[in-house]
Design a protein around this ligand. Structure first.
Ligand SMILES: Cc1cc2nc3c(=O)[nH]c(=O)nc-3n(C[C@H](O)[C@H](O)[C@H](O)COP(=O)(O)O)c2cc1C
Length: 415
């Protein structure tokens, strides 16, 4: 019987353990987590979600404060057409984070950045371009394009000196979406170096509609592999979403996948960006606690623990400081619903139910987004004497994926 470690993922000059830790915003997939993946010979991701805010926290910059100072007169207005990010600051924030991550990297593995198209930031094209180019400037090993079809992303990087040197991959949830991306890639003679196929059991935003339960990662992966073969394209395929044990992963590798992308099991690693209390929520979740919510203003479904404080909240929009989801007209569905939500008899704003303020709640880690199998995390650890679940090291989780057999999960040893 084989284990994940019997396989290798060849990408560019890298020969990798075929385990990719997926991007988790906002700074849940930290530099520390990515460093561990790289040290152990796999792939780690950082994320650029809410990058100026993350930069302020990590590197003591003042981008959020500067943005507020430049836009304070827009407070209280429904229309935020003039609320824009300074593109130079977007570039600087991304560059700082990528450079710092890459300078401190060790080991034979690789570090990629997850760049979401749907993060429209009031200027979808300009801010996406700034983020992509800064990632290349900062020396990132690879860029994983996510949350969108990315029909213009390659073009934004086409004249960059590292365009053909850095690895570039895309996350898709169907062969149809892949075909749209490949059409653009062919025009630029820049095919992706890898394709992540994300199924309906993943964490974060989902690339499926309300009928997500009809889809299976195994069949979408097989469909993508067959399509690439029929087209004569040799591009590594990396399934993601609900791959919980090393044996799950090995089954995909045996079936023709080049690696697997995993995330939920690393949310309870010490190196991940969630704080200890939030990690206990993840451990404690039961199957019934997990919901697929329609409240993300991105329009995508998002999976989370139902007790997440972001649901039914009514915080005032803070787009002057944040505004990561504003479209090019300065609109966000949360602002519209917030403005239309009446006050109760005591003069307090009633809960905003259809949309959440993703910026505010992600800044506070109030949205416990997770993969479907979050409720199995309690089976991956032991309990401390106070009854709390023991936090794991990223190395422990990584090695468990790498070496486990028979769907067994190694529990941590010692204290
Ligand atoms: C807490 C959390 C946050 C996530 N955030 C993002 C994100 O910002 N962008 C993205 O493309 N995928 C995101 N994902 C999806 C993961 O990168 C990954 O593809 C998926 O969750 C793998 O499935 P698994 O969690 O069942 O292992 C997130 C997943 C989790 C659990």
């Amino acid at each position: 019987m084989q284990v994940v470690d019997d396989y290798r993922l060849n990408l560019g000059d890298f020969e990798l353990v075929p385990i990719v830790i997926g991007g988790m915003g906002v700074d849940i997939s930290t530099d520390r987590l990515a460093w561990e993946a790289s040290r152990l010979g796999g792939v780690g991701h950082i994320s650029d979600a809410m990058l100026t805010f993350v930069s302020d926290k990590k590197y003591k910059t003042h981008f959020t404060q500067n943005k507020f100072a430049a836009h304070r007169e827009w407070q209280g207005r429904s229309d935020k057409a003039g609320v824009r990010f300074d593109l130079e600051e977007v570039h600087q924030a991304q560059l700082n984070h990528v450079r710092n991550t890459m300078e401190n990297k060790s080991g034979p593995g690789a570090i990629f950045i997850n760049i979401m198209e749907k993060l429209s930031m009031g200027d979808p094209a300009g801010t996406l371009r700034a983020r992509l180019r800064a990632a290349l400037d900062g020396g990132i090993d690879g860029i994983t394009l996510s949350a969108g079809l990315h029909t213009s992303s390659l073009q934004h990087m086409a004249d960059h000196p590292r365009f053909r040197q850095a690895l570039i991959g895309i996350i898709v949830s169907s062969t149809r979406a892949l075909k749209i991306f490949l059409r653009r890639a062919k025009q630029l003679s820049r095919m992706p170096d890898y394709i992540v196929v994300e199924g309906p059991l993943a964490g974060g935003h989902l690339g499926f509609g309300q009928d997500w339960k009809k889809y299976r990662l195994k069949s979408i992966t097989a469909d993508v592999i067959k399509f690439l073969k029929d087209e004569g394209l040799s591009i590594p395929v990396i399934p993601a979403g609900g791959i919980f044990t090393g044996s799950d992963a090995e089954e995909y590798l045996r079936g023709g996948a080049a690696a697997v992308q995993v995330a939920t099991r690393f949310t309870v690693a010490e190196e991940c960006g969630l704080d200890a209390a939030e990690q206990q929520h993840y451990f404690a979740a039961t199957e019934e606690d997990v919901v697929v919510s329609t409240t993300s203003p991105t329009g995508y479904l998002i999976r989370m623990v139902a007790s997440s404080p972001c649901l039914d909240s009514n915080v005032k929009p803070m787009c002057e400081s944040f505004g990561y989801l504003l479209d090019s007209d300065g609109k966000c569905p949360y602002i519209e619903e917030f403005d239309a939500t009446p006050l109760d008899d005591a003069g307090r704003k009633q809960p905003v139910r259809e949309n959440m303020c993703l910026c505010y709640h992600f800044s506070k880690n109030n949205c416990f987004t997770c993969g479907h199998y979050v409720y199995r995390l309690k089976d991956t650890t032991t309990r401390n004497s106070d009854g709390s679940y023991r936090i794991l090291s990223a190395e422990h989780v990584f090695r468990d994926y790498q070496f486990s057999r028979d769907h067994q999960i190694a529990l941590p040893v010692g204290t």
